[in-house]
Ligand binder design. Structure first.
Ligand code: ME8
Length: 492
């Protein structure tokens, strides 16, 4: 039984429409999944939606719908966007799926029996929007939530606690023994020092929140949305069947073939949930830990934080309908080193489109195909020799190493170094003049260019699947044709 490559995105809250930030993580996961599939690996790519909690119930009520009607409607919006962005996931988990709910209940009961979950009372300052308690030290002046900048509420409730405090040392040891778990390294230090400062037990049930998964043995309590949400990564891949839950009897997914995850891709603001709480819950449940948790940075829009009140939400379709899906996928992963923060502006999108896609890649393809049109064919099975072959091999190695490390921008940089190198090669060797004096040499250059472009098509494929298919089509051995530009320049 070969272990699959398992990659996940966060499951997105359904209280607002999907925007470019959600698209970013999902595209990155799709790129990685496509790359791994191209490398011959069996991949399981999971995404989904986080559907419980007071916020979702509130959004539903505001829309005059039941939470169920609301989440059914909103989940479709995410699925439709993923289809529009050419995202090929293998699983889509909704936390309102009864099969997910049963696994959440079961894990909760397992931890309760082991004593890792116990009943107590909690009083603390709670942000309704984050659905989280905050310490005084974390709050802004006026007891305001650091995320929503609104006053938190004082809550006291009977609650079940997860014994997170007992896991600090084990977590630190785990980070030390698995130095790639906290990725990128630049963001890992914050997690380690948070754990070193000492962990407190975590309240994992609510009595006030009705729209949630009830505790099996104490249904007056619903399970905290984050506990519920994190379990998606294992409920979606057949854990229920393994636990013998009848709801999963017909599940086709073999848990042990998929788990542990190779990488949980997330945004930096939810790193602690994934790098501290999640591994501790898994340790408590006796389940293996994921190999990597990668926290990428945040996009601002034209220098501003994306927010409803500013009205600067970018619906990815505003871009894709004008300029195509693939250019957006390319832009998001090229513009900013994966892991860092970035700013999205239409201006920088247009600049990069014209420079990298229209000028470098598009021109190289049309120049090469125009030359091939003169010779009348693209031959099969050509293998370059010497300096050019070395350059391709070096590019390939740089590309693969960076893809494996999720440094997408550097992988693309490697591919583009060869692409612009080939444009320069044409400028300098002038094959159209050379063909008159040294036809053999001119022919070799053309064959090299075709070969390099065929390779480039493979490298860009995870990022721009439709563009790559079109390139491969135009570069197929045999007769060649006249084509429209791959990327018509954006004017203005
Ligand atoms: O946090 N820039 O869901 P969510 C980059 N349900 N990425 C962004 C972004 C931005 N401006 N805005 C959002 C939740 N994202 C929980 C997750 S997982 C078990 C539960 C992306 O709908 C980024 O991936 O608030 C971030 O982590 C995610 O959307 C948050 O989505």
């Amino acid at each position: 039984m070969a272990k699959k490559y398992y990659i996940t995105t966060p499951i997105y809250y359904l209280n607002a429409d999907p925007h470019i930030g959600h698209a970013y993580t999902t595209i990155a996961a799709d790129v990685m999944a496509r790359y791994k599939r191209a490398c011959g690996e069996d991949v399981f790519f999971l995404t989904g939606t986080d559907e419980h909690g007071a916020n979702i119930a509130k959004s539903a009520a505001n829309a005059g719908l039941t939470p169920r009607e609301w989440t059914d409607k909103m989940a479709v919006k995410f699925k439709t966007l993923w289809e529009a962005l050419n995202i090929k996931y293998d699983g889509f988990i909704r936390t309102t799926d009864p099969r997910h709910e049963r696994v959440v209940q079961e894990i909760f009961e397992i931890l309760l029996k082991k004593g890792d979950i116990y009943k107590g009372t909690y009083s603390g300052k709670y942000c309704m929007s984050c659905e989280a308690y905050f310490d005084d030290g974390e709050l802004l002046p006026g007891d305001c939530c650091p995320v929503h900048k609104r006053p938190v509420e004082l809550l006291e409730e009977e609650t079940y606690f997860f014994k997170l405090s007992a896991y600090g040392d084990r977590l630190l040891k785990f980070y030390e023994q698995n130095p790639d778990f906290l990725s990128p390294k630049s963001r890992g230090a914050e997690i380690t020092s948070f754990v070193k400062a000492g962990l407190r037990d975590l309240s994992v049930t609510r009595t006030k929140v009705k729209w949630g998964v009830p505790v099996l043995s104490d249904p007056g309590h619903t399970i905290y949305v984050w506990f519920d949400a994190l379990v998606n990564y294992i409920s979606a891949i057949g854990l229920g069947e393994k636990l013998g839950l009848k709801e999963y009897a017909d599940d086709k997914i073999n848990f042990d073939e998929v788990w542990p995850a190779d990488v949980h891709l997330i945004g930096k603001e939810i790193f602690r949930f994934h790098a501290v709480i999640w591994p501790a819950v898994l340790m408590a449940a006796g389940i293996a830990l994921p190999a990597k948790c990668f926290a990428h940075g945040w996009w601002t829009i034209e220098g501003e934080k994306m927010s409803k009140s500013l009205g600067n939400f970018i619906d990815p379709r505003d871009i894709t309908q004008k300029y195509g899906v693939d250019p957006l996928r390319y832009f998001l992963l090229k513009e900013v080193p994966f892991g860092g923060d970035g700013d999205f502006s239409i201006d920088s999108f247009k600049k990069r489109f014209n420079a990298d896609l229209a000028n470098d890649l598009g021109n190289l393809l049309s120049r090469t195909l125009n030359m091939a049109a003169k010779t009348g064919d693209i031959p099969a099975d050509y293998k370059p020799q010497g300096a050019f072959a070395d350059k391709v091999a070096q590019t390939e190695a740089r590309y693969s190493a960076n893809m494996d490390a999720l440094t997408f921008d550097k992988a693309l940089e490697a591919a583009w170094a060869l692409i612009s190198g080939m444009n320069k090669y044409i400028d300098e060797s002038k094959p159209w003049i050379l063909s008159k004096t040294e036809p053999e040499k001119a022919r070799t250059i053309l064959l090299e260019l075709i070969y390099g472009l065929q390779k480039a098509a493979v490298w860009v494929q995870p990022f721009m699947p439709s563009v790559a298919a079109e390139m491969q089509n135009r570069l197929k051995p045999g007769p060649i044709g006249k084509y429209a530009p791959l990327f018509p320049r954006i004017e203005g």
